[in-house]
Design a protein around this ligand. Structure first.
Ligand code: SAM
Length: 239
């Protein structure tokens, strides 16, 4: 059986990424912190080493299978939880400027510790709801790319995420294998928020038979000031 580190190395190679020794060390440290803190606060249901590698680390890195993430881009990870996909992305892409956002304070506290221990630069973790930050002028339409994994269904997620993206920028939703129905139901939301579907990419997770989907939305118009609506409203009454 492959050892822990082999899964990560082999799997990232399958994604076209060749990890440096110090990056592997950071993944390893991150995993130890994740497992340790998961005993105290709920961060992930996945606890097996190999599964963490595949379903958290490598899944996050599938973003780099696309060439949408350009050098020095300013990126926000909305509803990052235990740091996915943001932390793995930052470990291998020092060049990007990253904001991690989550509405649970305990998870932000954990991420501050991870950022510190892994000595990651040009990154911060902020506590709050997407609906509130999306109306804050320091964050609204300030990002080249917004990303989000496992946070809400698409019609809700677009209202959470598109307000952060600059016109000309992208929102990348990381989803499971079947997205057709969800995407169809969110056509109106995409349009109302100033977006347009640019690409739908199916990616097989390395060393597994799981297929995931990256939905790439281009921001073609400014988002109307009435969006996002008040905290809780997008989920209660999706567009
Ligand atoms: C199921 S977890 C997914 C975490 C991570 N993205 C992952 O894929 O492992 C969803 C996260 O989104 C956060 N969240 C849910 N609604 C939110 C909102 N309106 N604004 C900010 N964060 C939110 C939750 O606190 C939770 O940490």
């Amino acid at each position: 059986m492959m050892s822990n580190i082999d899964t990560l190395i082999e799997g990232s190679r399958e994604l076209g990424i060749s990890l440096k020794a110090e990056e592997i060390e950071k993944f390893y440290k991150f995993k130890e912190l994740l497992k340790e803190w998961n005993k105290k606060i709920n961060l992930t249901a996945i606890e097996d080493d190999k599964e963490i590698d595949i379903k958290h680390f490598l899944d996050s890195l599938t973003l780099l299978k696309t060439d949408y993430i350009k050098d020095g881009y300013k990126i926000i990870d909305i509803g990052t939880g235990g740091g996915f996909p943001g932390i793995p992305l930052k470990i291998v892409r020092e060049d990007i400027e990253l904001v991690l956002m989550d509405s649970l304070q305990k998870r932000i506290k954990f991420l501050d510790l991870v950022i510190n221990e892994l000595e990651l630069g040009n990154i911060k973790a902020i506590h709050g709801r997407a609906e509130d930050f999306g109306r804050d002028k320091e964050y609204r339409e300030k990002f080249d790319i917004a990303v989000s994994r496992a946070v809400a269904s698409l019609n809700i997620l677009f209202e959470y995420c598109l307000p952060f993206v600059k016109v000309g920028g992208l929102f990348i939703a990381m989803k499971g294998p079947d997205v057709d129905a969800e995407l169809k139901e969110s056509e109106r939301a995409i349009r109302l928020l100033g977006g347009k579907v640019l690409d739908v990419i199916k990616i097989k997770l390395p060393l597994s038979d799981i297929t995931h989907t990256l939905i790439i939305i281009e921001k073609i118009n400014e988002t109307l000031t009435k969006y996002p609506r008040k905290a809780g409203k997008p989920k209660k009454n999706p567009l």
